[in-house]
Design a protein around this ligand. Structure first.
Ligand SMILES: Nc1ncnc2c1ncn2[C@@H]1O[C@H](COP(=O)(O)OP(=O)(O)OP(=O)(O)O)[C@@H](O)[C@H]1O
Length: 269
């Protein structure tokens, strides 16, 4: 399988500044301060403070209803903030949505929509280029490369409704890749997928972080897959802990997040 060619647009447009755009950005953090979300009368998140680093795979973990998806949506302006700020490179992230590729939970996507795999991935280009340019040679090449990268090129003409859960997730991963974003946000990408898809997803995450991208993933599985994450944000309405995986996965933090309902996780990795 191919790895991601971040320089593709540069080689087409002969614009070296594009390639520079994809070099490691050590200062490009997301800073979340005093973030709160209230749904009608229910408080979903209270006073969340954390920093998300580029070049590190960051997981948002916590029990059901902890506010994991809400945190991701609130960061992206998809649900209103009751309090707080979310800054990227010092400016509100909500005003920089073109830098973000967001893949919602599979259950929130209309899989009966009459579109082929190819169309769905190509549509990922629209935000970047507008409707007309999205069908340029660059967009077509990026779409081809992304589908090859996730092992879905032979399904290009297949309607998306006729794919397995894992295949659908890989198509949306490809759609995120063609957006050439700086920040990648995935809500529960590991739910209901096969082993092959899980392997592809973590390989791609690794390539993205190696290229200095921010990669943020909502996950609730405390099993073996957690060892792929560098940093964690552990929630239960409030922030329980944030930092490296080893710092966060302590008996005390897990007890606070899960009310004593999980065993102590010994991280030997
Ligand atoms: N649109 C909404 N309107 C009202 N309440 C909501 C809405 N979305 C989420 N909630 C509530 O906010 C809380 C946090 O929900 P959220 O989906 O963010 O949690 P989560 O940690 O992602 O949960 P899960 O792991 O079950 O997906 C829950 O109590 C949920 O019922």
């Amino acid at each position: 399988m191919k790895t991601i060619d971040f320089s593709l647009e540069a080689s087409y447009s002969n614009d070296s500044s594009y390639f520079m755009k994809d070099t490691l950005k050590t200062t490009a953090t997301i800073n979340i301060a005093h973030l709160g979300v209230v749904y009608r009368t229910q408080e979903a998140l209270r006073d969340i403070n954390c920093i998300i680093q580029p070049g590190r795979l960051t997981g948002i973990f916590g029990p059901n209803g902890a506010g994991k998806s809400t945190l991701m949506k609130a960061m992206l302006g998809l649900v209103p903030l009751n309090s707080g700020t979310v800054l990227y490179q010092g400016k509100p992230l909500m005003q920089q949505r073109s830098k973000v590729a967001y893949v919602p939970q599979r259950s929130q996507i209309d899989w009966t929509y009459p579109a082929t795999v190819w169309d769905v991935v190509m549509m990922g280009r629209v935000k970047k280029t507008g409707w007309l340019r999205s069908f340029s040679a660059v967009s077509r090449q990026l779409t081809k490369n992304a589908l090859e990268r996730v092992g879905m090129i032979e399904y290009a003409e297949r309607p998306i409704g006729q794919l397995s859960g894992g295949q659908q997730q890989r198509v949306f991963l490809a759609r995120a890749l063609v957006q050439q974003a700086d920040i990648f946000c995935f809500d529960e990408p590991l739910v209901g997928i096969d082993q092959k898809t899980q392997a592809v997803i973590f390989e791609v995450f690794q390539e993205l972080t190696a290229a200095g991208k921010i990669v943020l993933v909502v996950n609730h599985d405390l099993g073996e897959s957690i060892t792929h994450f560098d940093d964690l944000i552990l929630l239960n309405c409030e922030l329980i802990a944030t930092g490296s995986r080893q710092q966060v996965l302590t008996e005390q933090n897990l007890h606070r997040a899960y009310s004593g309902k999980v065993m102590y996780y010994s991280d030997a990795a």
